[in-house]
Write a protein that binds this ligand. Structure first.
Ligand code: XIL
Length: 299
């Protein structure tokens, strides 16, 4: 196959990109997305501060632009994200107890409902663990306790039963304290029937990343009965070292039957959120980098 999406499809996987509505006027950006990729994650447009800037006032327009282009091209869409401690509007921070629970539930119901049947997988909860494997002590955790997470998954399941429901996090690129904390939560959810279908591994990496237990980590989650996905891949660096890290991540996903797809966090270094790290597969002029060839060959 001669494109990333077609190569991934040979093994039944998708190959996506994070896309920003603000760049949809750049024809090289849109063309590269349409040619090379067969899935998308809106980079910011489905986050709480964008979709519900005031309580129960919804702004779906920016993400709708991405979703409609994706659907017209037959791409799958990853929804990102319902419950996260960042990019959350200020009004949520003023709430407590049942009022806070109701706001989270309404947020999930309205947003999941808007795109019901159109989302392959939702990142229901994002980045809710500390590096030491305990729950992140952000205000929702402090006010509602551990239960906010399973409540979010149950609400999302009812709102869009066809979407796979994921937990998503970073610095989980091997067997470590953080990934083990998440692993224990997923095992607990599965044993109690809390609806969870997948775990996302963001994989914001540097070219020297130690990936010695990367595949084994994906596999131990898969063995719990969930899919795994590489959801926000980018690798700071350049040349053959960067390419080797991209290759290793791709090979690890391909080696795990339940690893269903890979999404780099953008297309071109020109627009990466990691300015200066040149972490993506296309350079600032949309030329394919060594990392691109390494991934295509590994798929
Ligand atoms: C980043 C976006 O890429 C930036 O444009 C934005 O300013 C901040 O958020 N983990 C996540 C993503 O789950 O949502 C973040 O995206 C990167 C880290």
């Amino acid at each position: 196959a001669s494109t990333l999406g077609a190569a991934a499809a040979q093994s039944g996987r998708y190959f996506g990109a994070a896309i920003s509505q603000s760049h949809l006027g750049d024809s090289a950006y849109v063309n590269t997305w349409g040619t090379e990729f067969n899935s998308v994650t809106p980079e910011n447009e489905m986050k709480w501060d964008t979709v519900e800037p005031s309580r129960n006032q919804f702004n779906f327009g920016p993400a709708d632009q991405i979703v409609s282009q994706a659907r017209s091209r037959g791409m799958s869409v990853r929804g990102h994200t319902f419950v996260w401690y960042q990019q959350i509007p200020g009004w949520v921070n003023g709430l407590n107890g049942n009022d806070l629970r109701a706001a989270i539930s309404n947020h999930i119901n309205q947003v999941a409902g808007h795109w019901k049947g159109q989302i392959y997988a939702w990142d229901v909860v994002n980045e809710a663990f500390e590096e030491n494997g305990t729950r992140r002590q952000w205000f929702v955790q402090q006010r509602l306790g551990d239960g906010y997470m399973e409540d979010a998954f149950r609400t999302a399941r009812a709102a869009d039963p066809a979407a796979k429901l994921c937990y998503n996090d970073y610095n989980t690129d091997g067997i470590n304290a953080k990934s083990t904390g998440i692993y224990n939560m997923v095992r607990d959810f599965k044993s109690r029937g809390v609806p969870i279908d997948c775990v996302g591994f963001q994989s914001h990496l540097g070219q020297g990343a130690n990936l010695s237990s990367y595949q084994a980590n994906l596999q131990r989650f898969a063995d719990l009965g969930v899919d795994v996905q590489i959801t926000e891949l980018d690798v700071g660096g350049s040349g053959s070292a960067q390419a080797a890290t991209y290759r290793a991540v791709t090979q690890a996903c391909l080696a795990v039957a339940r690893c269903t797809g890979i999404t780099p966090w953008g297309i071109t270094d020109k627009y990466s959120w990691r300015a200066g790290d040149t972490p993506l597969l296309f350079d600032g002029n949309y030329n394919k980098k060594q990392a691109y060839t390494a991934v295509l060959d590994a798929l």
